[in-house]
Ligand binder design. Structure first.
Ligand code: THU
Length: 142
């Protein structure tokens, strides 16, 4: 990705934040997912009165993308309103990100559009993925 593409994705993540449904936490999060074919799919966090059913912005974007036929991704940018800190994905979202590869880019941003870039796999070391299911196993006794 060139700098212009990165900056556009970062801006799109902050645009996505505007639709955040976060009436309980008041913590707005947006995500912009760049698919391999150049499509950008946005997502926001969607909370629920039961609290536990909340869906994060990253997973919203991924589920939207996969349900529209996208499975290969170049990058995701994540945005929040934290003035002095980048927004980092929760554990569940890290697991969701590595499902689609350990070597694509995550841009964790601040409202001033600065960011930290990391690979999906580096955000979840020793992760359990589809290949893990194919490794040799001991035989089951029962
Ligand atoms: N949240 C996200 O959407 N993504 C993150 O990376 C961190 C947390 C949401 C979940 C909840 O709606 C709110 O932020 C506070 O945890």
């Amino acid at each position: 990705m060139n700098q212009e593409q990165i900056d556009d994705l970062v801006k799109a993540s902050h645009e996505a934040k505007k639709n955040s449904y976060s009436c309980y936490s008041k913590f707005r999060v947006g995500a912009a997912l760049l698919c391999q074919d150049g499509t950008v799919i946005k997502g926001c966090n969607v909370e629920n009165a039961s609290y536990g059913l909340t869906i994060c912005a990253e997973r919203t974007a991924l589920v939207k993308a996969v349900s529209e036929g996208h499975r290969k991704f170049k990058a995701i940018a994540i945005a929040s309103d934290l003035s002095n800190s980048i927004i980092t994905p929760c554990g569940a979202c890290r697991q969701f990100l590595v499902e689609f590869g350990v070597n694509w880019d995550v841009f964790m941003t601040k409202p001033d559009l600065s960011y930290k870039q990391m690979k999906t796999g580096d955000l979840l070391p020793l992760c359990f993925v589809a290949d893990s299911l194919e490794e040799e196993r001991i035989s089951q006794s029962a």
